[in-house]
Design a protein around this ligand. Sequence first.
Ligand SMILES: NC(=O)c1ccc[n+]([C@@H]2O[C@H](COP(=O)([O-])OP(=O)(O)OC[C@H]3O[C@@H](n4cnc5c(N)ncnc54)[C@H](O)[C@@H]3O)[C@@H](O)[C@H]2O)c1
Ligand SMILES: [Zn+2]
Length: 410
Amino acid sequence: MAVNEKDVELIVKQILDQMGGAGSSAVSSPSGFGKAASGSIPKTARVAMLVEKERFEVKEFPIPEVGDDDILVKVEGCGVCGTDAHEFKRDPFGLIPVALGHEGTGEIVKMGKNVKKDSAGKDLHIGDKVVTCMIFKDDPEITMFDLNKQNVGAADVYGLLPDDDVHLNGWFSDYIFIRGGSTVFNVSDLDLDSRVLIEPSAVLVHAVERAKTTGILRFNSRVAVQGCGPIGLLCIAVLRTMGIENITAVDGNAQRLEFAKRLGANQTVNFNDHKGIEALTKAVEDSFGGHLADFAFQCTGNPMAHANIYKFIRNGGGLCELGFFVNGGDATINPHFDLCSKEINLVGSWVYTLRDYGTTFDFLKRAKGIGLPVTELITHKFPLEQINDALKTNLAMTGLKIAVITPPGA
Ligand SMILES: NC(=O)c1ccc[n+]([C@@H]2O[C@H](COP(=O)([O-])OP(=O)(O)OC[C@H]3O[C@@H](n4cnc5c(N)ncnc54)[C@H](O)[C@@H]3O)[C@@H](O)[C@H]2O)c1
Ligand SMILES: [Zn+2]
């Protein structure tokens, strides 16, 4: 295929992005790119709308006029989250018709005159790569430094908004329309796959921050991570990146356990190899050379797994439960044996704060720096028109992280 003008422009941009390097501030676009980008903005954008359970339709909507506080972003990619899969299958949030996709990233192609800085105070320019976090309709002045102790729970998020006359509200689309009052981060110094993993990684950065409040997590702690889906695997990578070097991964899937090792687990325990909770506990103990875990992270949505995990933890140890983003039912524990007499320090963790986003950008750079293959978590990539297949692949659990990615040059 002949190299056309657009390809050359893309290559030059890629090189400029790389020159920005890790830790650099916003990569500003040379003059000309902004105009070129906005010059090529189409009149309409394709949006994947979930129109009924288990069916997206790719619809075309006019791109609205960009107001003084708005940003128009050309989407490059967006991860498929368990929440998208829930909504696809059952519509528990009653949002249909809805433009889904909240783990997205893309390039600014147009922005209003009042948009100057991102939510961390970095400059924003046309051509910069961004992600969004929460939308604070009532307090647009809020910054990442105000919300240290609150998580995202009460705020709105692109990709889970009710449909309105803008329609460009989710990241499973060609363009997304970011309105004033949204939090936006300039992440031009991260590659596309890393940017797609920012949102789920922030969940683990937050969980580890919650775990640290117990005072138990130390460099030489023995840590068990139960569940090796994307959440548990990212948990292992975050722990390893922060210097925890004695991690046992527990799951029933041999392939996922293998990947857990590549992301930083030293030992693995496959629960299928051990009949009953005593044998399983013994296997975890053996993995730490005859010691129970100092700390454990529960990363499955299985109530039985919650009940089991107390057994893996030593007296006075800690537990972070983060596996139940949605209600997964009740778990039965013995309050005397599991919690009270063992003096377990238990914390729950749910989503993240804006501050965690900043830490997450650093985590992704450091993980890459120490050679953890975090971006290999993305096992499947689909173009927008195959969004239904992307969701079905997620539900089939044949891969790890599924992403919808705009083909280069499209
Ligand atoms: N706290 C939060 O804010 C937050 C955010 C996102 C997701 N989550 C939750 O995290 C959980 C995991 O997410 P995921 O995307 O990795 O899911 P996933 O379904 O891909 O992975 C779960 C893993 O747990 C394993 N598992 C199941 N039962 C087990 C058991 N008894 N012992 C050991 N392993 C077991 C499965 O084999 C699987 O590999 C979900 O339940 C989700 O609700 C929480
Ligand atoms: Zn998500």
